[in-house]
Design a protein around this ligand. Structure first.
Ligand SMILES: Nc1ncnc2c1ncn2[C@@H]1O[C@H](COP(=O)(O)OP(=O)(O)OP(=O)(O)O)[C@@H](O)[C@H]1O
Ligand SMILES: [Mg+2]
Length: 281
């Protein structure tokens, strides 16, 4: 066994033995996805298993193009697996509308104010406009956007726009929230401030989340568990339980436990990518 394999073994066994009894909100079993392209069949995901329990934030990291966004699309119900099953709160059918989905780009509509954008998901679900706006406003205040409720997107900073988009997704969903690299397009300082903000607010939202990120540090800081995907066709090749205490604060990144988890995850990611990316040593 290599060091990484024994670390994998240890981590997986400790995960299994410590897995708590919270109810399963999201369950993927043996999910396979094959796209038909003009060049032929393109296998993207291969017999992937994944689970998220109530209140958990599960991070997914993996190489670019391995199928992370395709996976979230299927969980959201926008696409279907070629085989295998996906269930949200025990139900395989009609995931559409039960899941909040936040994309990398905020996709706010320019003709609606912050509160109008945040309320739009609720309105689509048929919630009366006034009620939707009251709920949206309340969440924007909790997200530190007091005074900006009536601003249009062009007058908001990148971090503010992401918080409005987050509010829209959080309001529109049931218990499950999918986040596809929500902080990927932001500069380092804004990302740091959104990390702090998410650490402060996540638990109080009472959601279960799946966070796709390219950043191992972000994954460990924010998540309860990290699932590493293999290159395409992707499956979960490693799971890391993040046994850092709550409430978490940015300062936890300076602890030796954080450094150990980070080193472990980086070693797995480097091994997954293989030596070819960096050329012969
Ligand atoms: N509808 C589609 N039809 C055919 N191929 C697709 C389709 N959607 C995605 N792909 C291909 O599937 C692969 C995985 O795409 P996907 O966007 O899921 O990757 P990703 O892991 O999210 O990448 P990134 O980290 O760069 O965001 C890519 O090769 C992409 O070109
Ligand atoms: Mg993607």
């Amino acid at each position: 066994m290599t060091d990484v394999q024994s670390a994998q073994h240890l981590t997986l066994s400790s995960y299994v033995s410590s897995s708590h009894s919270a109810r399963v909100i999201l369950e993927l079993k043996q999910v396979t996805k094959i796209f038909r392209t003009t060049q032929g069949l393109l296998p993207i995901i291969d017999r992937l298993d994944l689970e998220a329990r109530s209140g958990e934030l599960v991070a997914i990291v993996g190489p670019s193009g391995c199928g992370k966004s395709s996976l979230l699309n299927m969980i959201a119900g926008l696409d279907q697996p070629s085989s295998g099953s996906i269930s949200v709160q025990g139900c395989e059918q009609s995931r559409l509308g039960k899941v909040g989905y936040m994309l990398q780009r905020d996709l706010l509509v320019p003709w609606r104010t912050a509160v109008g954008n945040a309320a739009s998901g609720l309105e689509i679900q048929g919630v009366p406009r006034k009620v939707a706006r009251v709920r949206a406003k309340e969440l924007l205040l909790r997200f530190g956007l007091a005074g900006f409720e009536d601003a249009y997107p062009h007058a908001l900073s990148g971090g503010m726009r992401q918080r409005v988009a987050f509010a829209r997704s959080a309001l529109a969903s049931g218990d499950l929230l999918l986040l596809d690299e929500p902080f990927g397009a932001l500069d380092a300082l804004t990302r740091l401030s959104l990390h702090r903000w998410l650490l402060d607010t996540w638990r109080s939202l009472g959601k279960t989340g799946v966070l796709v990120t390219h950043d191992p540090e972000e994954a460990i800081l924010l998540a309860d568990r990290v699932s590493v995907l293999s290159p395409r066709p992707a499956h979960v090749c490693f799971e890391l339980e993040v046994d850092l205490p709550y409430p978490r604060d940015i300062s936890i990144t300076a602890t030796s436990r954080f450094a150990a988890l980070h080193a472990q995850l980086r070693a797995v990611l480097l091994e997954e990518e293989g030596p070819m990316l960096y050329g012969p040593v």
